[in-house]
Ligand binder design. Structure first.
Ligand SMILES: [Zn+2]
Length: 402
């Protein structure tokens, strides 16, 4: 991506302008003046591969609670697993954890968000984990605690309130939840926060190896939303020497627009020797200093070591759920090469806050983040939205309310 400084300035200006959400109500016309309906519509997964949009009464808002009118929510890989197999045994469940919306009512004890930023009716928010079992945890002491295994809205057991997921038109955020004021981000950016936090975390994990530098040669294997966002995060850190590896040419083309310098389509090479030679070629005769493995295929894990130089690093983040065993040769792949290997899973609350800045930076340098959202469906078409997601017809599929 070549841009002269005049262009950069113009792009930054344009992006900053477009990011100011024109729909934020002015203080003189708060959203609270919109009548809050008696009932909410919540998409409940009631059986495998089937949602029913149910109507539930909107409950009283407690002193520490926040009632949010939902604007949109992305469909995550986790939702796809729940939809198909219910691995968490949650059915019936109100899904949707990549959501965002506008505060329409809040309890008298709610004054600030989890980062200490003031909150008021009309503000746009997202949620992260719920500290039901750990109420003492503090915002800026959060590198310790990964959200994996914590409670989040959209993956809670059903209760008598039911307004527990973001695939809905209203959600009740209860006391003890982490909530962030993200009114300075537009709707698309807010829908992308959660998946982007996964990559902010992965890159933070990668940085602990000390190998990632400005001029590092980096392989990103897998160009679904996760790999594409990985490239974007690297670009915002000033890393430009990126080779994308995937078997889908369309995704590879997008990877280049997202900032990859070169791409390698593995469909064009027979065997791992030919493939690693192609990667080496793409770096001008060098193996990678660092690699991010972003696919859920065990064979991809086995292969990626071959792309990395002696003493290089690897961040494995593709196995969000159990994808089976992968075979490596510990001597050749790991020991004799002295590979610095880190695993990464979900994110911490601190990464979540970092992600808000990442999104602004990515837009400011002209990365096509919003194009990651390829399909938008209304809540009533949530079954169709999930089928589209399962068919892998797009990248990020989102439910967007009217
Ligand atoms: Zn997710």
């Amino acid at each position: 991506m070549e841009m002269n400084s005049a262009n950069v300035e113009a792009v930054v200006k344009q992006v900053l302008e477009s990011m100011l959400d024109k729909n934020i109500p002015s203080p003189s016309a708060p959203a609270a003046s919109q009548a809050i309906p008696k009932t909410a519509h919540v998409a409940m997964l009631t059986s495998l591969e089937h949602y029913d949009v149910k109507e539930f009464p909107i409950p009283e808002v407690g002193d520490g609670d926040i009632l949010v009118k939902v604007e949109g929510c992305g469909i995550c890989g986790t939702d796809a697993h729940e939809f198909k197999k219910d691995p968490f045994g949650l059915i019936p469940v109100a899904l949707g954890h990549e959501g965002t919306g506008e505060i329409v009512k809040m309890g008298k004890n709610v004054k600030v968000d989890s980062a200490g930023k003031p909150l008021k009716v009309g503000d746009k928010v997202v949620t992260c984990m719920i500290f039901k079992d750990d109420p003492d945890i503090e915002m800026f002491d959060l590198n310790k605690k990964n959200v994996g295994g914590a409670d989040v809205y959209g993956l809670l057991p059903d209760d008598d309130i039911h307004l527990n997921g973001w695939f809905s038109d209203y959600i009740l955020i209860r006391e003890g939840s982490s909530v962030f004021n993200v009114s300075d981000l537009d709707l698309d950016s807010r829908i992308l926060i959660e998946p982007c936090a996964v990559l902010v975390h992965a890159v933070e994990r990668a940085k602990t190896t000390g190998i990632l530098r400005f001029n590092s040669r980096v392989v990103v294997q897998g160009c679904g939303p996760i790999g594409l966002i990985c490239i974007a995060v690297l670009r915002t850190l000033g890393i430009e020497n990126i080779v994308a590896v995937d078997g889908n040419q369309q995704r590879l083309d997008f990877a280049k627009r997202m900032g990859a310098d070169k791409s390698v389509n593995f469909m064009e090479y027979k065997g791992i020797e030919a493939l690693s030679a192609a990667v080496k070629d793409a770096f001008g005769g060098h193996l990678a200093d660092f690699a991010f493995q972003c696919t859920g295929a065990p064979a991809a894990h086995s292969n990626i070591y071959k792309f990395i130089r002696n003493g290089g690093g690897l961040c494995e983040l593709g196995f969000f759920i159990n994808g089976g065993d992968a075979t490596i040769n510990p001597h050749f792949d790991l020991c004799s090469k002295e590979i610095n290997l880190v695993g990464s899973w979900v994110y911490t609350l601190r990464d979540y806050a970092t992600t808000f800045d990442f999104l602004k930076r990515a837009q400011a340098i002209g990365l096509p983040m919003k194009e990651l959202i390829t399909h938008r469906f209304p809540l009533e078409e949530i079954n169709e939205a999930h089928r589209t997601n399962l068919a892998q017809k797009g990248l990020k599929i989102a439910i967007v309310n009217k």
